[in-house]
Design a protein around this ligand. Sequence first.
Ligand code: AMP
Ligand code: GLY
Length: 423
Amino acid sequence: MNILVVGSGAREYSIGLALKKDESVNDLYFAPGNGATLNLGKNIETGSWEELADFAKERDIDLTIVGPEAPLVEGIVDIFKDRGLTIFGPSQKAALLEGSKIYMKNFLKRHNIPTAKFLETDSLEEAYKFIESISEPIVVKADGLCAGKGVIIAQSKEEAKKASGEMLSGKAFGEAGKRVVIEEFLDGYELSIFAISDGEKYVILPAAQDHKRLLDNDKGPNTGGMGAYAPTPLIDEELYKKIEDKIIAPTIDGMRNEGTPFEGVLFAGLMIVKNEPYVLEYNVRFGDPECEVLMPLLKTPASELFYKAATKDLDSLKIEFYNKYAVGVVLASENYPYGKSKPAEIIVDEIVHKDLAQHAHISFAGVSLAEGKLYATGGRVLVCVGIGDTLKEARDYAYLLTGQVHFAGKKYRSDIAYQALRD
Ligand code: AMP
Ligand code: GLY
């Protein structure tokens, strides 16, 4: 099978790593990929999605897997399907679950799926009235995609009003903020649940937990994610079942019944309050770094899983996972998440510890290759992933590897998986 992976992060690298283990995969391409995906396959320039579809036709690509949300929201899946290509991901209409918070919240309401009480509006007056009617803290969200930055948790009504004003005027996020969702704050713990669906059937993956804040003990600003682990013991059978029955099943069924079947990865960002799940957000793709810890746990060949999901054939798939744990620690550049950082050479010590070589690996993101050397180019640079029979063992391997990777300005959290490992 010839496969094209769209994206350039550690998420796409980890999908590539899983595909490399898979004997049925011949040619592997990344569009655009990064300085390290070159070791897994070929990188190609991305022009328009139409041009990429032409490329896929020419090279007999059997399956395209889309990593990030932007191409999905822009309709890459529809463009590829129109040309008879097989592609894993939701249509542009179904991608609205992530592309528009208003669409998502109203969908949840129509299908009685638990979520925070909310108001959607483009009127400052209405926003103020609603803010006065609920208690603090208050959450204000821009409608459209804002690269993870469009959510303000206001501690006071004044702050909530100010945030709504800045969004609605277009000052904060331009067009993406000209409609807003204002909602109640849910106080609990967060979980990410991923379901892969072919529009009809779905499979749920082991539950993962991300660490969004920059610093240890969940301090500092929000980031794209500083580390993740799976499976998390924070979820038991009963809660898992509740999430399936109250959230995943009604979403997949609801999307199908509304004529926008959801094909691809449904990423439910949940808040668990008193053992009850509520949807905070939907994403229509894998989380990053969650994908980096889920892919190594997948026993089923990755190409089979994605191909069957893209061809309405999940019914014939028996998905299997290793009975192990994975922990991923993100190494980021000096100025992440505030701004750019100077390129810095990455040195990885020779790994002499045999166990470490077997139980840990790197998934690369913000890296470039020049004259045989790998450079950190800013943002999240790479993820050190440890695999173990216990969560503690997986974490220890991940941190051992973290100590073997060097670049100027390297920073990381030292407490990934702390919620699951504290006594
Ligand atoms: P979102 O992009 O909607 O998931 O929001 C980003 C982050 O803001 C979430 O991961 C939560 O940490 C937080 N958040 C969003 N909505 C709420 C809410 N209603 N209550 C509490 N925290 C929230
Ligand atoms: N790790 C969270 C995200 O990918 O949105």
